[in-house]
Structures are given as structure tokens and as C-alpha cells.
Design a protein around this ligand. Structure first.
Ligand code: TXA
Ligand code: MG
Length: 529
């Protein structure tokens, strides 16, 4: 089939509108722009034309279509009754991204909503869509103009990719502003039920309707044999070929997950600005605080990652409220419900003798997991370890004792005598420490809500990037001195040397999100967290 392509902007060329309307009146099918996504339109009152839609899309034929109108009067013949609450929704949100489901009249062919006694109606706001409907003079049944299963098209090029040669015409009307399909609400239940979230939010609907229900399928996977209130929600949907994973949690936890898992052909879908901090190929899909931007970009980016040959896509989880509910609803389907819950990760640091361990123990009482990174730093250089072997290659065979264990004093002397030495020491040890910590967090991520990484030199380590908060423990110098003398059984002079070797209190305070003064008095963590 030859597909005619018409470019019609909002100052529409009425001749081309006429031609497309003619195709539709004659039983053809044409992809048209709407403010949500592109739709594949046919005369809703012509069952043969409607059947062509299912064929062109490869759509399961029990998945009903939305009927598009350009004025309110066109809705009345399609339904048995147009109740007051439908009128109120139309007044508030039409034309716009809202679809209303009502019991259907005899006029609507079975093919539009097979086996259902309802019909879905929407009045789009896109000027080109409206002009085409008006000019065709019939309501237009139109699902999204993608091949069934792939992300809905938000640009004409997406439609052409999917449907060229399968439809009579494609109308290029530029990019869709909303970017996700309309909100679908049924008024055939009492109270009304939200079947698909979209650009019109639950709160906006409740302002008009009072209390509404949210269908279970909006946020959860339906059981295999469940009957879907909205059949579209049961199908695999919006999926790129790449495997999508949604990662819930802070950006820092996201980085840990990605660093531990990503391979060369993996991508991240992140919020604006985060791409610079990620080590893998990353595409931003909007400001973290702007679900409308995320909605606008999501489908287009899901197509883009496929073009780039992505293996897996790790996605920052949107805020699940307002339009963000719609973004999340599409994402969980694109991800085949693969959602990874990441714990919070905090850092715990401070000068020696300040009492980090005491605070760590108190945080443990809250059910948090404390990881002693200084202990891990010692473990990775144990006798026979590959890290120790690399250290001897760089710093000399004599940095190990005869029994094979590390001579720390000698290593420290060699490593800290030059900047290159220190750099080499870090380059050999840090990745090994980081890996052990990451593995532990990922292994136990579902057991603890918060992991606390306890390390004296946290801010100098790779681990700091994974901490969404840095807790610094401080104590005055005399208290610290006394604690070190007692704890390590050393002289005050030796303790003083250790204190001097570390960054000062001002430095630690400068990197802190939370400072805990630990001079021996009562500390109420409840006031802090
Ligand atoms: O924004 C949109 O709504 C776009 C543009 C083109 O208008 N259209 C769209 O259509 O997204 P489609 O077919 O991809 O999605 C229609 C959704 C499906 O989930 C379908 O199951 C549901 O609406 N639906 C349609 N009629 C229904 C009915 N009578 N009862 C329950 N669900 C219905
Ligand atoms: Mg669709």
C-alpha cells in the first residue's frame, strides 16, 4: 500500500485536510497528530474501516478503540445517555487529553469495542486533529499509531517507522505536546474508575467528580487470568526491545546500582543534569521535579535507546504523583514490571576518637545496616590477596613480612612520600573496597532501609559518591585524645600524632549534611533522623 505523507502545521492547509478527510470518509486509514500521541484513525461508524486499524497495527482484536470527536454534539448519538458527570468532565477538560467511557448506543459498531457494552470517547485539542474530524464529518476511531506493543508515537517519524506501507496516509503535525496517551476514566462504574492515568490527574478528576477509584491495573501487574477493566492494560506495552529496569531510590543509590551492573551497551534514563555524573551512556528525560517534561520525552527516548542498540536501560523512578503517575504507569509496562527498590545510603565519618562506632551502633538499633569500610580496607589486602600482589608489584616485594602479611608501616612510608605513590595506592585499593561494599549493599538491599558506610576517609574514597547524606561525628580534642589513649592503649603523644595526621574538624564539618557532637553526653538520634 502506498502511504501518502502530508505535512500540516497548525496554520493548516485546508486542501490537505480535505484530502485526508476524503481518505477517511472513503473507508481508508490515516495517522493523525493529537496533543497526546499520534492516532491511527478510521471512520468509527464503518466496521470495515475499523478492522483495517487492527490489521495495520497488529492489535489484538479484543482491545477496544477510542472514538474521537470535535464537538460535544457528536458524542450524544454514540451513547445511551450523557449523564451530568460526563457533561461536567467535558466542560472542565474537553478538548484535551481525557477519554470518558459510557454505555454505548446501537450506532457504535461491535468492532470499536468488541464484547463490551461501553464506548470510549475523547475530544482532542490538537487543531489538526479537530480540523480533520470536522472535515470528515464522522467520529474517528483511533488507537495510538504504533505497531502493537511498541512505544506510542509522539513524532511523525515514529509513525512512519512503524506504519509506512500499512496505512493510506500519515499527517505530520509536529511533536505531540503531552507525549503520553490520554487519561481514561469510566463513568460506567459508581464511583467512576480511573483506568489509565495521563495528562489529566486524579486530583483534577476528583475536583469535578468527587471520589474516584483507581483501577488496580494502573500500578500493578494483572494476574494472568484476570479480566481487565481496560483491556489495553493487560497487554505488553510501550516496550522498547531493550530490557528496561526501574530503579527506585536516591540518585546516589541509582549510581551504585548502575556502577555494579552496567555493561557497555547499557543505558541510563536519568533526570536532567545527572547524565554528567553517570559513567554509562545516559539520556535525560526531564527535570526531576517536572513530570510533564518526563511525559513529553519518555516514549521518544524509549525509541531512541533501541536505535542506539541498548541492551538494558536503567531508569530513574519518577515521583509517582500528579502526571508522574502516568509516567510511572507507562514505565512499569515498558519494564515488564521489573522494579528494583534501592535502600538509602548514608556516609558516617569523623576524626579518630570522635566516637563514630558509638553512633554507628545507635543507628543499627534503628534497623539500619552499618558497613565498616575501614575493616574492608584491611580485608582486601589480606595475605595472598590480588590487591596485595598488585601492591608489591608497585611498592616492592619487601612491603610484606616473611609470613606474607602486609607491613603497613612500610607501605604507608612508601605510599605517602610522593603524590604518585598515594595515587597508586588508591588506584590499587579503592576499586577493590568499593566492589566489596557495593556487593554487600546489593546482596542485602531488601533487608535494610538504610545502609551506613562507616569510613574515616570516606570523602577521599570512591564510596562517597554513593552517599546521599554525610553524617559527621565530632568531639572536642581532649575527649578524643583520652578515648584514643584508652582504646588503643598508647601514649598521649602517640595519640596526638594520629590526630595531627588527619584532616581537622573544620574540614569534616565542611563535608557534613548532619553533624553529631559526641562529647559523652546523651545523644537523641530521634531528633536527627
Ligand atoms: O491519547 C490517546 O488516548 C490516544 C490518542 C490517539 O487519542 N489513543 C490511545 O488509544 O491511546 P489506544 O487504543 O492506544 O488506547 C485506548 C485505551 C486502551 O487501553 C483500551 O483498552 C481502552 O483505552 N479502552 C477503549 N475503549 C474502552 C472501553 N469501552 N472500556 C474500557 N477500556 C477501553
Ligand atoms: Mg496504544
Amino acid at each position: 500500500m502506498k502511504t501518502e505523507i502530508y505535512k500540516i502545521d497548525s496554520h493548516h492547509n485546508s486542501e490537505d485536510i480535505q484530502k485526508v478527510a476524503e481518505i477517511l470518509k472513503n473507508g481508508g486509514i490515516a495517522a493523525i497528530p493529537t496533543e497526546t500521541v499520534y492516532g491511527l484513525a478510521a471512520n468509527a461508524l464503518d466496521k470495515n474501516a475499523v478492522n483495517k486499524i487492527f490489521e495495520a497495527k497488529g492489535r489484538p482484536n479484543d482491545n477496544p478503540l477510542i472514538v474521537h470527536i470535535s464537538s460535544l454534539e457528536e458524542a450524544y448519538p454514540l451513547v445511551r445517555d450523557f449523564p451530568d458527570n460526563a457533561k461536567a468532565l467535558a466542560d472542565a477538560f474537553w478538548p484535551g487529553p481525557l477519554t470518558v467511557i459510557l454505555p454505548k448506543s446501537e450506532l457504535v459498531p461491535q468492532e470499536v469495542s468488541p464484547r463490551l457494552d461501553t464506548v470510549a470517547i475523547r475530544m482532542p485539542s490538537h487543531p489538526v486533529a479537530r480540523a480533520i474530524i470536522k472535515s470528515a464529518g464522522v467520529p474517528l476511531a483511533a488507537p495510538s499509531a504504533n505497531l502493537s506493543g511498541s512505544p506510542s508515537p509522539t513524532k511523525a517519524c515514529h509513525v512512519i517507522e512503524d506504519l509506512q506501507g500499512r496505512v493510506d496516509a500519515v499527517v505530520d503535525g509536529g511533536d505531540c505536546t503531552v507525549g503520553l496517551e490520554s487519561t481514561v476514566i469510566t463513568l460506567a462504574t459508581n464511583p467512576p474508575t480511573l483506568l489509565r492515568p495521563g495528562g489529566i490527574t486524579p486530583i483534577q478528576l476528583e475536583q469535578v467528580l468527587g471520589k474516584i477509584e483507581i483501577d488496580k491495573a494502573v500500578l500493578e501487574k494483572l494476574e494472568e487470568d484476570a479480566i481487565a477493566a481496560s483491556p489495553g492494560m493487560k497487554y505488553k506495552h510501550y516496550s522498547p526491545r531493550a530490557e528496561v529496569y526501574i530503579i527506585k531510590g536516591s540518585f546516589e543509590s541509582f549510581c551504585l546500582y548502575v556502577d555494579a551492573n552496567a555493561q557497555n551497551d547499557d543505558f541510563a534514563l536519568c533526570f536532567n543534569g545527572e547524565e554528567e555524573k553517570l559513567k554509562i551512556n545516559s539520556l535525560p528525560y526531564g527535570e526531576e521535579e517536572s513530570p510533564t517534561q518526563q511525559a513529553h520525552n519518555l516514549f521518544s527516548l524509549l525509541r531512541e535507546v533501541d536505535k542506539k542498540g541498548a541492551g538494558r536501560v536503567f531508569v530513574r523512578c519518577p515521583n509517582i504523583c500528579g502526571v508522574g503517575l502516568a509516567v510511572y504507569n507507562r514505565l512499569i509496562r515498558a519494564a515488564a514490571f521489573r522494579v528494583i527498590n534501592m535502600p538509602e545510603i548514608y556516609g558516617l565519618t569523623g576524626q579518630t576518637g570522635a566516637g563514630k562506632t558509638t553512633i554507628g551502633n545507635a543507628l543499627k538499633e534503628k534497623g539500619w545496616q552499618i558497613i565498616d569500610c575501614d575493616k574492608i580496607a584491611r580485608q582486601v589486602v589480606e595475605k595472598g590477596s590480588s590487591v596485595l600482589r598488585k601492591l608489591t608489584e608497585f611498592f616492592g616485594e619487601d612491603i610484606v613480612f616473611d609470613d606474607g602479611s602486609l607491613n603497613r608501616a612500610l607501605l604507608a612510608k612508601r605510599a605517602f612520600s610522593t603524590p604518585e605513590g598515594e595515587k597508586a595506592l588508591n588506584a590499587i585499593t579503592h576499586p577493590a573496597i568499593t566492589k566489596v561494599v557495593r556487593d554487600e549493599v546489593l546482596r542485602d538491599k531488601d533487608k535494610y532501609p538504610v545502609f551506613v558506610l562507616d569510613a574515616a576517609m570516606l570523602a577521599q574514597s570512591e564510596l562517597w559518591q554513593y552517599c546521599s547524606k554525610t553524617i559527621v561525628v565530632t568531639a572536642n580534642e581532649i575527649t578524643r585524645l583520652n578515648r584514643i589513649v584508652k582504646r588503643d592503649n598508647i601514649s598521649p603523644d602517640a595519640a596526638q600524632m594520629r590526630i595531627k595526621a588527619q584532616p581537622n574538624e573544620q574540614y569534616y564539618k565542611s563535608i557534613a549534611d548532619v553533624v553529631i557532637e559526641n562529647n559523652g553526653g546523651e545523644i537523641s538520634l530521634a531528633d536527627i533522623f
